[in-house]
Design a protein around this ligand. Structure first.
Ligand code: C5P
Length: 227
């Protein structure tokens, strides 16, 4: 059983989401996908037809959106204004627009506050939660007892993303996926507010040559060491 927060950060395609979900389920803990929250706000921005280069407009959409992010590791749900948007937020339109939206400081301030509220509630109810994102160890829960930063070669990450895309019926080529992964990494790691980076006290786990079972085993070891 997990007590407290496990912070899992890293770029996309490191196997972070699958591992985080399984880890939480295996430990009887809750699970928070913070990327889904940035994606849902991005979907709201696209639907509102607001220019991505207009931070005030983007911030207003974020304020007005009613976002409900579930914490069940076996069924992670995302509702936007009462509608289940779990599938739509994984689509190419949102993926293309999510980095500029999540670079807006007001958007981050609002979502970080909501994430802390969800985490506190989950800790009170279940005792433990696995939280995944880009800034969990550095900004959302800087005092988390265990922080893991997942990395992997860009090619390995693009291959994982392409596999996920085809498994969920989305067309993509490896070249386009690699370009997208690299574009998003660059954007996320160079933004002014809470850029993607490992916290000084994070354990760095390279998953280039690990499959899901291997990544999960490594994480379970780390949790055991910190128990
Ligand atoms: O994890 P996922 O790929 O769904 O995240 C989508 C995007 O949301 C990231 O590329 C990043 O721009 C943003 N994000 C963020 N901070 C987080 C989680 C996600 O900026 N904690």
């Amino acid at each position: 059983e997990l007590r407290g927060v496990v912070a899992l950060d890293g770029p996309s395609g490191t196997g972070k989401s699958s591992a985080a979900r399984r880890l939480a389920a295996g430990l009887g803990a809750r699970y928070l996908d913070t990327g889904a929250m940035y994606r849902a706000v991005t979907l709201a921005v696209l639907r509102a037809g607001v220019d991505l280069a207009d931070p005030a407009g983007v911030a207003k959409v974020a304020r007005d959106a009613v976002l409900v992010q579930g914490t069940d590791p076996n069924r992670s749900t995302t509702f936007l204004d009462g509608e289940d948007v779990g599938t739509e937020i994984r689509g190419p339109e949102v993926t293309l627009a999510v980095s500029p939206v999540s670079a807006v400081p007001e958007v981050r301030a609002q979502l970080v506050a909501e994430q802390r509220r969800i985490i506190a509630e989950a800790l009170a109810e279940a005792g433990g939660i696995v939280v995944e994102g880009r800034d969990i160890g550095t900004a959302v829960v800087p005092d988390a007892p265990l922080k893991v930063y997942l990395t992997a070669d860009a090619e390995a990450r693009a291959q994982r993303r392409a596999k996920q895309d085809s498994a969920s019926g989305r067309q993509s080529t490896l070249d386009a996926t690699l370009a997208d992964v690299q574009r998003r990494d660059t954007y996320d790691s160079t933004r002014a507010v809470s850029p993607l980076r490992a916290a000084g006290d994070a354990v760095v786990l390279d998953t280039t040559s690990l499959d899901l079972a291997g990544t999960l085993a490594a994480l379970m070891d780390l949790v055991g060491d910190h128990g």
